[in-house]
Write a protein that binds this ligand. Structure first.
Ligand code: HEC
Ligand code: HEC
Length: 505
């Protein structure tokens, strides 16, 4: 499967993997790990990129990619950025905090990534100063500027059901006379992590259980202009764009400052590229090869290339990450490796089988499931092989709520006050504090405040930190969050097992 594997090392050095299995002997191309916009390199059909836990495998389903002239890789706008600036192959087509910091050091802050438009805490901050980019450099966050009140797809103003008051503004952007909530162009700035532009066949096929309608809200789903099919709400933290095409057009304007909107042809090329790139960890320093014969079948990028993408995985027919049985009583070259593999297998059991009392999650507990409701991680992380949510997955887990989320003193805080005639948030009522109102910045509804689309769970060792607001610095912190949030009472061993499991995905 991996006959012509290419290991791509940082800084032009081939990173050797000491106990290489026969599957990874033919490393050929050696190039720099950072893909520079406009540089014109050929990305091999199969490559492995180093990360602190091992290597990430990246597969281009239809062969090598010539980046010269390709709209995903060319700086099409006025700030020197391309899509690849924030969606790097080495980082699972997302962007890790480590990489962001390396770019800062390597370019003294001059990389187009740090364009103040959204790569600074606010566009009015002086360029080149570390303090101006604190959210990007400390938490890997990009500024997302949303009009307030919200506008619908036709540009008509939506009368919001709640008011927003800025109660804390460490970045100064929401109170800025030019860019803030009370400026001539009233804007809410929230700060979010870049998401993975890979394995998207699995992400975009998340569907509504009832076909034409959003099974949760009963609202009709948008129709894809090309395929004529209904689309769920699968991408972006707030699902503000329904399709990859619309998302690419928006990204070019907002992140790349293009002079003219992308052409249909450019958009098609971008979406075609995004739809054939698959990523997953393929080697782990403790577990060894994740793609050798006998490895769990869900691991490595080829599992995603060949896998079926429309399967709900919260059942015994198509378990989310298939089976880790081959590692349950694991073979291994060393005792250490054997133990780690067994820990991973136990971690998957916890993920798939360990029930917890899930409580106070709007658009989950509130839609007839009961509150609390005893289920496992897989009830929400349900798409076969990627672990995102199968239904229009918006829900409010609580990560952006000041009381329920991980403390983020650097983020702005908004006080939400819902109008008396509005349906209140089911668990937070009519008055509460949030770092990011999420979906409600699109719909204007009180009931949607804090609701988010979850990400897929692949490539996690290549793209920390986690959660849309970057509040979990490590995989372990994600586990700690759930242990506290749902009072899981995990033992130290169980926490390690869950962490190890997610580190090989
Ligand atoms: C400055 C960094 C930056 C640039 C440049 C950029 N993106 Fe993104 N991308 C982001 C951020 C941040 C998000 C998450 C936004 C949110 O959740 O609201 C995102 C989300 C996405 C997603 C959604 C994935 C998912 O599962 O939800 C796709 C697809 C994507 N970007 C593709 C692109 C394309 C195509 C381009 C070029 C036209 C591009 N991006 C340019 C930062 C960037
Ligand atoms: C009630 C539904 C629900 C349950 C149960 C649940 N999650 Fe999540 N999970 C979410 C939502 C919603 C998000 C998105 C949060 C965000 O992006 O800010 C998320 C995000 C994540 C992420 C972050 C992904 C990323 O790339 O940033 C990981 C990892 C994760 N969950 C693992 C787990 C594990 C492990 C369990 C079981 C202990 C679990 N989840 C249980 C709903 C759930």
């Amino acid at each position: 499967m991996y006959a012509a594997l290419t290991v791509i090392g940082a800084g032009g050095i081939c990173v050797g993997v000491s106990n290489a299995s026969s599957a990874r002997t033919e490393s050929t191309t050696i190039t720099s790990k950072w893909v520079t916009p406009g540089k014109g390199v050929v990305l091999p059909a199969k490559a492995s990129y180093p990360n602190s836990a091992g290597t990430l495998g990246v597969v281009h389903e239809r062969g090598p990619i010539q980046t010269k002239g390709h709209p995903f890789f060319e700086p099409l706008g006025s700030n020197g950025r391309a899509c690849v600036t924030c969606h790097q192959p080495s980082d699972a087509m997302s962007l890790s905090l480590d990489t962001i910091r390396e770019r800062w050091e390597a370019t003294k802050g001059a990389d187009p990534l740090f364009d103040p438009v959204d790569g600074a805490d606010c566009p009015d901050k002086p360029r080149g100063k570390r303090e101006s980019h604190s959210l990007l450099l400390n938490h890997g966050l990009i500024r997302i500027a949303m009009p307030w009140p919200p506008k619908d797809a036709n540009g008509n103003v939506i009368e919001p059901e709640f008011t927003l008051e800025v109660v804390r503004d460490p970045t100064g952007c929401n109170t800025s006379p030019t860019y803030g909530l009370n400026s001539d162009n009233p804007t809410v700035s929230v700060y979010r992590r870049p998401r993975m532009a890979a394995n998207l066949r699995y992400v975009t096929t998340s569907f509504s259980l009832s076909g034409r309608f959003n099974g949760k809200t009963g609202e009709p789903l948008a129709v894809h202009p090309k395929t004529g099919k209904r689309v769920g709400l699968p991408i972006l933290a707030d699902a503000r764009q329904p399709t990859l095409e619309a998302q690419a057009a928006e990204a070019a304007i907002n992140h790349m400052r293009v002079h003219a909107p992308l052409t249909d042809e450019q958009i098609e090329q971008i979406v075609a590229f995004e739809s054939q790139v698959y990523v997953a960890q393929d080697f782990h320093i403790m577990a060894g090869s994740l793609v050798e014969k006998g490895a769990p079948p869900a691991l490595g990028p080829m599992a995603l290339v060949t896998g079926e993408s429309i399967l709900p995985g919260n059942n015994w027919t198509n378990p989310v990450f298939m089976s880790f049985d081959s590692w349950r009583v694991a073979p291994g070259e060393t005792e250490e490796q054997r133990k780690f593999r067994e820990s991973v297998a136990r971690g998957y059991d916890l993920f798939f089988l360990r029930p917890m009392w899930i409580r106070d999650v709007a658009w989950f507990n509130s839609i007839g499931m009961g509150n609390p409701y005893k289920r496992t991680c897989a009830i929400c992380h349900s798409v076969h092989l990627t672990g995102n949510n199968i239904s229009p997955g918006l829900m409010d887990l609580g990560v952006n709520n000041v009381a329920l989320g991980i403390d983020m003193p650097d983020l702005p805080v908004f006080k939400v006050t819902c109008k008396q005639d509005a349906l209140p948030h089911p668990y937070l009522g009519r008055e509460f504090l949030t770092y990011d109102p999420g979906r409600a910045l699109v719909t204007g509804k009180c009931i949607d405040v804090g609701s988010l689309v979850m990400q897929q769970m692949r490539g996690m060792s290549a793209r920390a930190p986690f959660f849309s607001n970057g509040s979990a610095k490590t995989i372990r912190e994600v586990v700690e969050y759930y242990d506290t949030r749902f009072d899981m009472k995990l033992t130290e061993q169980e926490k390690q097992d869950l962490t190890n499991f997610m580190s090989v995905l």
